[in-house]
Design a binder for this molecule. Structure first.
Ligand code: PHE
Ligand code: FE
Length: 291
């Protein structure tokens, strides 16, 4: 996640200069391993027919269901052979520039810890289930792999131009909460969705959220929420589209964005391609904080 808050100012004790820590796979407890198994099995009941083919293929290729939390020493060679990416462990959210530097070098930073058994449905900080199950399958796809590396480099540039807020929205509405028009229909591919049992269903089937066609500047102007289900999801035609739209130089786009207003989270513009006009009932009733 590219959030602006982070817990530490400098690498905490035990972390390297690039903020990585050892996975220390042997130290995971039985309970932690079985939490992975529970979450994995639960998602696999939900994802066929809902997750994009590219995600499901990647998941199979990585073989993450061998019992317990994946050992990166076993997973990384498979991923590396496919797209040159590796996964490294970090102690929690890291500063943006550290995050971008990892991505720009095809290293995906993952939380080392796994959620507690009483947090299966919701937790604030990304854990190893979100990071590995949610993000890593997409990194097996060469086009998505290239997009993520480009995002890391683009992040360094956006930071220097003061445009991080806009670029972070692109990450949010694609990498974390993206939908895709697949051969069989609308599918989920964003890591925040595919790693959540409840949002996997909500994102596709609930009448509440808007589902709109992806547009680069549209997305970069749109506010988002980090504490509940999304009120809008953006649909791409395929990963090719993401690559195509983001290969262009963002310089002129950033200039336009400086004079542009943010777009409300529930807005539908005349220029939007509307897949679903949501009722917004879930958000109106207070979302997960509803009585
Ligand atoms: N093309 C973008 C730029 O010029 C970089 C970028 C690529 C950003 C892919 C996000 C994703 O800054
Ligand atoms: Fe994430």
């Amino acid at each position: 996640m590219s959030d602006f808050e982070h817990v530490f100012e400098a690498p905490p004790e035990g972390a390297a200069a690039d903020w990585t820590i050892p996975q220390d796979w042997a130290a995971y407890t039985e309970v932690e391993h079985s939490t992975w198994d529970t979450l994995y099995a639960r998602q696999m009941k939900i994802l066929p027919g809902r997750a994009a083919d590219v995600f499901l293929k990647g998941l199979t290729a990585l073989d993450l269901n061998t019992g317990g939390i994946p050992d990166f020493e076993i997973m990384n060679p498979k991923l590396q052979a496919l797209t040159g990416w590796t996964v490294v462990c970090v102690p929690g959210l890291v500063p943006d520039e550290v995050f971008f530097d990892h991505l720009a070098n095809r290293r995906f930073p993952s939380g080392q810890f796994i959620r507690k058994p009483d947090q299966l449905d919701y937790l604030q900080e990304p854990d190893i289930f979100h990071d590995v199950f949610g993000h890593v399958p997409m990194l097996t796809d060469p086009d998505f792999a290239a997009y993520m590396e480009a995002y890391g480099k683009g992040g360094q540039r956006a930071a220097s131009l003061g445009m991080l807020q806009n670029l972070a929205r692109l990450y949010w509405y694609t990498v974390e909460f993206g939908l895709m028009q697949d051969e069989g229909g609308l599918r989920i591919y964003g890591a925040g969705i595919v790693s959540s049992a409840t949002e996997s269903v909500f994102a596709l089937e609930d009448p509440s959220p808007n589902r709109l066609g992806f547009g680069l500047e549209r997305v970069m102007r749109t506010l988002y929420r980090i504490d509940d289900f999304q009120q809008v999801y953006f649909v791409i035609d395929g990963i090719e589209q993401l690559k195509r739209e983001t290969l262009q130089d963002f310089g002129p786009i950033y200039q336009r964005l400086q004079g542009a207003d943010d777009i409300a989270i529930d807005a539908i513009l005349p220029t939007d391609r509307v897949f679903t006009r949501g009722t917004q009932a879930y958000a109106t009733k207070g979302g997960r904080f509803a009585a």
